[in-house]
Every structure is written in C-alpha cells, then in structure tokens.
Design a protein around this ligand. Structure first.
Ligand code: K2U
Ligand code: NI
Length: 183
C-alpha cells in the first residue's frame, strides 16, 4: 500500500513538470497504480488505518505526487450535499468552465507541501471534465463548488501547478474578482 513515504515534496522536479498522457488502453501496471492511489486516499480518511500508517488525510492524489509523470488522478470525498465522488481517472481534461470563480474560505493545503500557505486560491466555480475511468470508460463529469475545486487542484498537479501559484502575492486574502466563497 502507498504511504506518505511515497509522496514527493516541494522541490521534487515532478511537481513542476507537465505530465505525459497515458496511452490507452492503460497497462495492467497503470490500472494497478491508479487503484493504489484511490486506496491511499480512502485509507487516509480511515481513522484506524490513518493512525496506524501515519497518513495525512487527503481528498485527492495525482501521480506526479508519487514522482510518476503520468496524467492520472484519484479523488475520494463527499461534497456539501453528501454526494460521494470516488474516481480514479486517466487523462482528465477540463473541457469547459464557468466565468465565475470560487475559492475555499479556509484556503488549500497539499500532501506535497509540509507547511501552511495561507490565502485564497481562486478557481473556476463550475467545470466539465472528460476522462477515462479505471474501467476504461470515457466519462464526462460536471462539477461545481467544492467538487470543482478538488478536481482542479489535482489536474493542476498534472500541469506542474501548485495551489499557492494562484494566491495573490501582494495580499493573499484579496477577495478574487467575480468569485464566491465556499465554506
Ligand atoms: O493533491 C493533494 O495534495 C491533495 C489535497 C487536495 C486538496 C487540497 C485542498 C483543496 C482541494 C483539494 C489534500 O486533500 S490536502 C488535505 C485536505 C484534506 C481534506 C480536505 C481538504 C484538504
Ligand atoms: Ni496537492
């Protein structure tokens, strides 16, 4: 199983590279890795497993965070309405997005960043993504608010972008224009 020892931290080159598309159909090894990534996120939310293996709770993970420059992400979380999002995805792509922005009022963190970086992270409030799921199906998902933010955080990792790249350097708590706060 994956543990925090497998997660690379700031300064590792894979966090600043554009990851490569996964050639479809994915190999058995790529499917197995994506399943391990999803399992890691689920484990990180299980109090007993989390404590036993000293995991940091997370809602998403991208392959570059394992030093693997492939366009693969895993997410597992519930949104504010209790809807479960549990996906392992190959080659996720934002195909459309709202003009309106959104940001988490508490800011963001990252499993690859061992420090607090304060400030609002403006992101699109609504996005539509296309991807190939773990079973090889082409899927299209419409996302909004918290769910849209989580997926954008993970897709950023595939493009070498860190959450704090989006924070206003002069005043980190500047309310982004045309943006709504997500509690
Ligand atoms: O990619 C990662 O490092 C995983 C992040 C994803 C994330 C952070 C902030 C906002 C959206 C997504 C981790 O989940 S950071 C820890 C965490 C845990 C629970 C809820 C939010 C953030
Ligand atoms: Ni992150």
């Amino acid at each position: 199983m994956l543990t925090m020892d497998d997660i690379v931290r700031e300064g590792h080159p894979s966090l600043r590279q554009v990851a490569d598309e996964v050639t479809l159909p994915p190999t058995k090894e790529e499917v197995s890795l994506l399943k391990e990534m999803l399992e890691f996120i689920q484990n990180s939310q299980d109090e007993i497993i989390c404590a036993k293996y000293n995991l940091r709770p997370g809602v998403g993970l991208a392959a570059p965070q394992l030093g693997i420059n492939k366009r693969m992400i895993a997410v597992h979380f519930e949104d504010g309405d209790g809807k479960l999002y549990s996906y392992g995805l190959f080659n996720p792509k934002i195909v459309s997005h709202s003009v309106e922005k959104a940001f988490l009022s508490v800011g963001e963190g990252c499993l690859s960043v061992d420090r607090n970086v304060e400030g609002f992270v403006p992101r699109y409030a609504r996005i539509t993504i296309k991807a190939t799921d773990i079973d090889g199906n082409e899927i299209k998902i419409r996302l909004k608010d918290y769910a849209a933010i989580v997926f954008q955080h993970e897709i950023d990792h595939l493009n070498g972008v860190m959450f704090y790249d989006h924070i206003n350097k002069e005043n980190p708590f500047t309310i982004p224009e045309n943006a709504k706060s997500i509690e």
